[in-house]
Design a protein. Structure first.
Length: 133
């Protein structure tokens, strides 16, 4: 039986993970985003984008990225790996799939022979040197 230390190290305070509604107009959303970022210690913001052409989507990311990153939070894009580097975002969240169907982040399920479970994890980037190199 393992013994617990008498004075365990304190756990770090939890940080927040924000998810946006689908954003169509960054200028009308930026005040709400700034208020949410000021409300607590935010680790990451998952930016969901309303449908538009590719250039418009990139411009939306570029418009909101500084507000998030200047607060020390990571800007993640929902399902748009192609826009991460060009829009100045930090990455993508991981995805779990069962037979090609997206699963919730936390799930318990039974799988059958022949089922395919795919776990897509965010990569390490690859878009240049790390800031401290």
């Amino acid at each position: 039986m393992a013994l617990r230390p008498k004075n365990p190290a304190p756990r770090p305070a939890p940080r927040l993970y924000l998810m946006t509604p689908p954003v169509a107009d960054p200028s009308s959303f930026s005040d709400q985003l700034a208020s949410a970022l000021d409300a607590g210690d935010v680790a990451a913001v998952l930016l969901r984008l309303a449908e538009a052409d590719e250039r418009t989507l990139i411009n939306r990311v570029k418009a909101l990225a500084p507000a998030v990153q200047d607060k020390g939070a990571a800007l993640l894009l929902d399902g748009r790996a192609d826009l991460v580097a060009r829009g100045g975002a930090d990455g993508l969240p991981g995805t779990n799939l069962l037979n090609g169907r997206k699963l919730p982040a936390f799930v318990t399920l039974d799988v059958e022979p022949g089922d395919v479970v795919r776990i897509e994890t965010p990569g390490g980037g690859g878009f240049g040197r790390a800031p401290n190199d």
